[in-house]
Ligand binder design. Structure first.
Ligand SMILES: Cc1cc2nc3c(=O)[nH]c(=O)nc-3n(C[C@H](O)[C@H](O)[C@H](O)COP(=O)(O)OP(=O)(O)OC[C@H]3O[C@@H](n4cnc5c(N)ncnc54)[C@H](O)[C@@H]3O)c2cc1C
Length: 304
């Protein structure tokens, strides 16, 4: 497609964003594109700049709620972005993976290569890019502190004005569900892993799956944990919500899951306004009962 003199790959108009998130909420994006490589991504950014449009970078939409009014600008989905590109240096135990690769594919690749470290990411339904921005993690018990940031050696990214930047280990800052990559478009990351037998890796993945199935077997559309856990020694967000008797509470189409108190599920027709309303209700109740302000982990994307 050629718009205003810039050739832009497959630009789509008025695309409903609900279909691009796991919680299935959100109106339409004015413009939507799924670049499959860096050149296409650069062209899209140049076009949006020329048209003075805001851009939103979307991974697998597993941690997001778009506004009911949609997004006034260009949503760039990274799901097709070099989404099979994984390179391995077995001697150095290093894996370089594109931002568009799904975490499940990355974990499978590492397992097949006999490289351990990524097993805890196996059942997180995000892309590598989204996981780096969120510093995605999962632990079976309090002693484990597994987060993707701990594995990262280098990130290659695009600054919003189009320059390629490299961030080495010493420049990267990861904390609980947060990274200092927020102003960049992540293109790829190099992870430092370690050798382990395929059998041991498989056992670790199975233990994670078993733990998740017992505690988080939520089948309705959701976006994972809604709130971050408050720092120790406070109980987890889920147990605070459960103890407050809020499991099953519903506003409009959104409900606190009966299975897992830190998950909200879309019972059908939920809106972003419902989600915001329920978040505020939970925050108010927990502040009143425990003196703790729960901070949302999911991201609400305004219309712009
Ligand atoms: C069933 C379920 C279970 C979950 N379990 C976990 C869990 O155990 N642990 C955990 O941490 N999370 C969990 N999550 C939440 C979610 O999967 C993670 O946060 C995941 O890392 C988000 O990745 P994504 O690709 O879907 O990102 P999105 O939700 O699409 O985006 C998240 C943020 O990253 C930005 N982003 C995405 N890609 C890029 C990129 N290439 N460059 C720059 N910015 C980008 C977006 O703009 C947005 O700000 C779960 C979610 C679900 C639905």
């Amino acid at each position: 497609m050629n718009m205003s003199g810039i050739s832009v790959p497959a630009l789509q108009r008025n695309i409903p964003l609900a279909a691009h998130t796991t919680l299935k909420i959100g109106g339409a994006a004015d413009y939507f594109a799924e670049p499959s490589n860096e050149e296409q991504l650069q062209k899209l950014l140049a076009w949006a700049k020329q048209e003075r449009l805001s851009c939103f970078i979307l991974g697998n939409g597993s941690n997001l709620v778009f506004d009911d009014a949609g997004y006034r600008g260009l949503v760039i989905s990274m799901r097709c972005f070099e989404n099979d590109l994984i390179k391995v240096d077995l001697d150095a135990c290093r894996v370089t993976v594109s931002a568009g690769v799904s975490l499940s594919r990355l974990v499978r690749f590492c397992h097949e290569s006999g490289l351990a470290g990524t097993e805890f990411l196996a059942h997180i339904p995000g892309t590598v890019g989204g996981a780096l921005i969120m510093n995605a993690g999962f632990s079976r018990h309090a002693g484990q502190q597994n987060a993707i940031g701990d594995l990262v050696e280098e990130v290659r990214a695009l600054a919003k004005e189009g320059a390629i930047v490299h961030r080495g280990r010493s420049e990267l800052k990861f904390s609980y569900r947060h990274s200092n990559l927020g102003d960049l478009i992540v293109l790829e990351a190099t992870l430092r892993l370690w050798r382990r037998s395929k059998e041991q890796i498989r056992k670790e993945m199975e233990a994670n799956l078993d733990h998740r199935t017992k505690r988080q077997n939520v089948r309705e559309p959701n976006a994972g944990s809604v709130f971050k856990n408050p720092p120790p020694p406070h109980p987890s967000a889920g147990s605070l919500i459960e103890k407050a008797g809020l499991k099953g509470k519903r506003i409009g189409g959104i409900q606190i899951s009966e299975q897992h108190a830190n998950y909200f599920v879309n019972k059908g027709g939920a809106t972003s306004a419902d989600v915001i309303h329920l978040i505020e209700e939970v925050q108010k109740t927990i502040l009143h009962a425990n003196g703790i302000t729960l901070e949302p982990e999911i991201r609400i994307v305004p219309e712009n």
